[in-house]
Design a protein around this ligand. Structure first.
Ligand SMILES: NC(=O)c1ccc[n+]([C@@H]2O[C@H](COP(=O)([O-])OP(=O)(O)OC[C@H]3O[C@@H](n4cnc5c(N)ncnc54)[C@H](O)[C@@H]3O)[C@@H](O)[C@H]2O)c1
Length: 406
């Protein structure tokens, strides 16, 4: 791809993330958190008016605000190398991911995309092949992998602090969908006034825009990835029951999954967006022969260590002795809360490091960011959960096409 600008600033484009969108602004904060990258082009919305409005807000000229990904690829190819973008962030609804990411990768772009990888398992397999064959960088923004204490947990588990792991319990519960029943719209902060006429259900509840799955794809993939990221455990088989509690939802809004991991550990995963009143309640517990560890998204700077002998110790991201402090990813003075903005900044920092290395023809070494294999893993998880639920909760082997387990 194009060479970097003279001062080393990487140039990016964004697909999706128009006015009022949810995750686009968080990506933009993550991109600009460290002064090393900026957006210079985009396709921010399918609405021409909203697309242009977003470009203006970001200080991007009309000439680099495109109506489609195809137009973006065609027009940008005519620009001199010195102006071309170095990576593209894809933050559109699930059903758009496959076509957009495929086109961008085939045109030679490095891509950072949000999860789930695609809308269907078939698309995920095809896209995995395309990305691997291309040699382009591909990063997937599983937010929680960017939190310092998640990295600390991962480090301590890999060091063997828990001994052999036999049990993992992860719950990811949101309640915003039930807000629609109360006429309160969706997520807190984006809904209408209580009692007002309910807005239409979000795209996540439709097969046309969400794909095969609503909640398992939207947040179940985060939970499944978090277990894999922190423990390294691979799924051998799973059984699942799903349910739909929100009237009008074409897909599932609740999933309960029991997992057998390779090596004998047992997992319980609950993903729900109809857990009335819950905000973004992610809790991860890992238990091994020597102790347990607990991380809660409501207190993300803390990690609880539970000793087999009974002692419970809470450590926090300000501790001088932390391994992860050395990585420079604790971005606030001790005691000041960090959240998804900082987590995204950590993910993008790794993506930019990897992209710069490729550009320089150097090996970046291990890149600590979810990748195309994680994207495939997430969609396999969705496919297996739905298959089991359809078969009255029978066990489904994880095997065999991607070789992640067995
Ligand atoms: N990592 C996370 O924690 C996290 C959180 C929320 C959403 N997401 C993911 O991010 C993606 C976007 O979700 P969202 O909640 O921001 O959705 P959203 O509906 O709030 O925003 C989507 C944006 O994309 C635009 N858009 C739609 N189709 C487009 C197209 N074909 N081309 C260009 N722009 C288009 C829309 O106009 C809108 O601005 C989804 O895949 C979702 O699963 C991830």
């Amino acid at each position: 791809m194009s060479p970097m600008t003279h001062n080393g600033t990487l140039r990016g484009a964004m697909i999706g993330g128009g006015p009022g969108s949810m995750i686009g602004p968080v990506h933009r904060i993550g991109i600009s958190f460290d002064p090393q990258a900026r957006l210079v082009a985009g396709v921010f919305s399918r609405s021409r008016e909203k697309n242009r409005a977003m470009a203006r807000e970001l200080g991007i000229g009309e000439e680099r605000c495109y109506d489609s990904v195809d137009e973006f690829i065609r027009s940008e190819a005519r620009r001199p190398w010195s102006e071309r973008v170095d990576w593209v962030s894809v933050v559109t609804p699930n059903v758009a991911h496959y076509g957009q990411i495929k086109a961008l990768i085939e045109a030679g772009y490095h891509v950072v995309a949000d999860k789930p990888l695609t809308a269907t398992w078939g698309e995920a397999q095809a896209l995995h092949e395309t990305v691997i064959a291309s040699g382009r960088f591909f990063g997937l923004t599983h937010t929680y992998a960017g939190y310092p204490m998640i990295k600390e947990m991962r480090f301590r588990i890999a060091r063997g602090d828990l001994g052999r792991i036999h049990k993992v319990v992860v719950q990811y519960a949101q309640g915003w969908m039930m807000g629609y029943l109360a006429g309160a719209g969706g997520a807190v902060g984006t809904g209408g006034a209580p009692g007002a006429e309910a807005p239409p259900l979000p795209w996540r509840t439709t097969r046309a825009a969400g794909g095969d799955s609503c909640t398992t794809a939207d947040i179940g993939t985060h939970a499944a990835h978090l277990v894999r990221y922190t423990t390294g455990l691979e799924i051998r088989r799973l059984l699942a029951a799903t349910a739909t509690f929100l009237p009008g939802n074409e897909l599932e809004d609740d999933a309960a999954v029991i997992i057998d991991y390779v090596g004998g550990a047992r997992g319980v995963l609950v993903a729900s967006q109809s857990s009335t009143g819950e905000r973004n309640n992610m809790v991860l517990n890992v238990y091994g022969e020597r102790g347990g560890m607990e991380w809660r998204h409501s207190r993300p700077a803390y990690l609880t260590l539970k000793q087999a002998g009974g002692e419970v110790i809470e450590i926090d991201s300000g501790m001088r002795s932390l391994e992860t402090l050395a990585l420079g990813i604790n971005r606030r003075p001790t005691g000041h809360p960090e959240g998804p903005n900082e987590a995204f900044a950590n993910l993008y920092r790794e993506a930019f490091r990897a992209i710069r290395a490729r550009r320089a023809g150097e090996d970046p070494g291990p890149v600590d960011m979810p990748d195309i294999d994680d994207g495939l893993f997430g969609m396999r998880f969705v496919e297996r959960v739905l298959a089991s639920a359809t078969e009255d909760s029978t066990w489904m082997d994880w095997s065999t096409t991607q070789g992640a387990a067995q």
